[in-house]
Design a protein around this ligand. Structure first.
Ligand code: PHE
Length: 389
């Protein structure tokens, strides 16, 4: 008897509770608005060049962004909300980049920006993000000036004073070169910076830069510069440019009779380098952020997931895009808020184990990370060594 009464009471209670909650959600305007706001996605701006002269960089980087974002959403999102990526193609053009950043901030009201890829584009976007108080992390821009634009600007990669020094040391110690020729695009911040840092590092070791030749952005015939360089009889040619230029430079240097090693920077990480350069880039070396042959389990796990999703192995840009998006979303989660200043503070304190290494920011919002040296053999990238800072 007692049991039956209890059961009836329980059913009655449940009915009342159900009724109450319907009334609340159905008619309570405020609580409905609040729950809708909570359900609205968090908007993240993302920028990369998917067309134009750095298109392979953009394709990989975007895939890295997407993969990270999808993993967060599959786990329930950030702060209990879905994350939405609003993507802009800057075509590796600084004017396009500035427009993209302004649009993302003013029209789309993104809470943070991941991008851009080339240093000149990040340099165009950073002051806009800084002024608006929108935190930004570039996955790949290595020129030191990028993070100098302000305290809202971070990066996931090492910087070029380090990359240039690593290249100089490798060329001097491992390739035993004593005379280097340098050819670089004077219209790009990345190229001019890296050329200079390499030169400084090589001279400090006792090497000699016997020719230092700039060319204007958009050049496709490098014979004038290469002839001057070859006249100076270098042991090695250093090419701190993007893949389209350096593929052609390597080919033209070989036609002019240069048989020594050609060395590049992270800008060489593109399937198109070998397509353009062909045999001319075999037995050449470049510094990079990541090797898919890294045996660390977190790397191999990423490589296999990425490869099965996109049908190709990740390059450094994919890995850095993935890390940068993860860092930004982790910072928002840690901040407990989408407020720009709070995200910026959370970024400062980040301690993140990424596929491209362990990421913690120094006082200038740059991570201290190691570099790898890769060799091109029969058109394939082969891991040579890792160099720690
Ligand atoms: N570091 C290059 C820049 O700053 C971009 C880049 C990174 C290109 C990694 C290829 C691979 O412009």
């Amino acid at each position: 008897m007692r049991r039956k009464r209890l059961a009836v009471m329980l059913v009655a209670l449940l009915l009342v509770a159900a009724l109450f909650s319907t009334v609340l959600t159905g008619c309570g305007g405020n609580s409905k608005q609040a729950s809708e706001k909570k359900a609205e996605p968090i908007k993240i701006g993302a920028v990369a060049p998917v067309t134009g002269p750095a298109a392979t960089y953009g394709k990989s980087t975007k895939q890295g962004y997407e993969m990270a974002l999808e993993e967060w959403n599959a786990k329930g999102g950030v702060l209990g909300r879905k994350v939405e990526m609003i993507f802009e193609d800057d075509k590796a053009d600084p004017t396009e980049a500035a427009n993209a950043f302004s649009k993302l901030i003013n029209d789309n009201h993104v809470v943070a920006i991941v991008g851009s890829v080339t240093s000149s584009c990040s340099l165009a976007g950073a002051p806009i993000a800084q002024r608006a108080g929108v935190p930004m992390i570039t996955p790949t821009s290595t020129n030191p000036k990028v993070t100098e634009q302000g305290d809202y600007i971070f990066r996931a990669c090492f910087i070029d004073p380090f990359q240039g020094t690593v290249a100089a040391k490798f060329v001097y110690d491992n390739l035993k070169a004593r005379k280097a020729g340098v050819i670089y695009d004077v219209g790009q911040d990345y190229n001019t910076g890296l050329a200079e840092f390499f030169k400084k590092g090589f001279e400090k070791l006792g090497g000699q830069v016997v020719a230092y030749e700039g060319y204007p952005d958009g050049t496709t015939d490098f014979n004038a510069q290469l002839t001057k360089i070859l006249d100076a009889k270098p042991d090695v040619i250093y090419c701190p440019n993007y893949y389209n230029d350096d593929g052609l430079i390597a080919k033209q240097a070989r036609s002019l009779g240069f048989t020594g090693p050609i060395v590049g920077g992270d800008g060489w990480d593109s399937p198109d380098l070998v397509k353009i350069g062909g045999d001319a880039v075999n037995n050449c070396y470049f510094t990079n952020h990541f090797s898919k042959d890294d045996k660390r389990p977190e790397v191999q796990n990423f490589v296999s997931k990425y490869t099965s999703k996109y049908g190709e192995a990740p390059d450094a840009l994919a890995a850095l895009g993935y890390d940068a998006m993860n860092i930004m979303l982790t910072a928002i989660q840690n901040a407990g808020s989408t407020d720009g200043a709070k995200i910026k503070d959370a970024l400062k304190n980040i301690d993140y184990q990424g596929v491209t290494g362990h990421i913690k920011f120094d006082a200038n919002r740059n991570p201290i990370k190691s570099a790898v040296i890769l060799k091109i053999e029969n058109g394939k990238q082969v891991y040579v060594t890792t160099i720690n800072p």
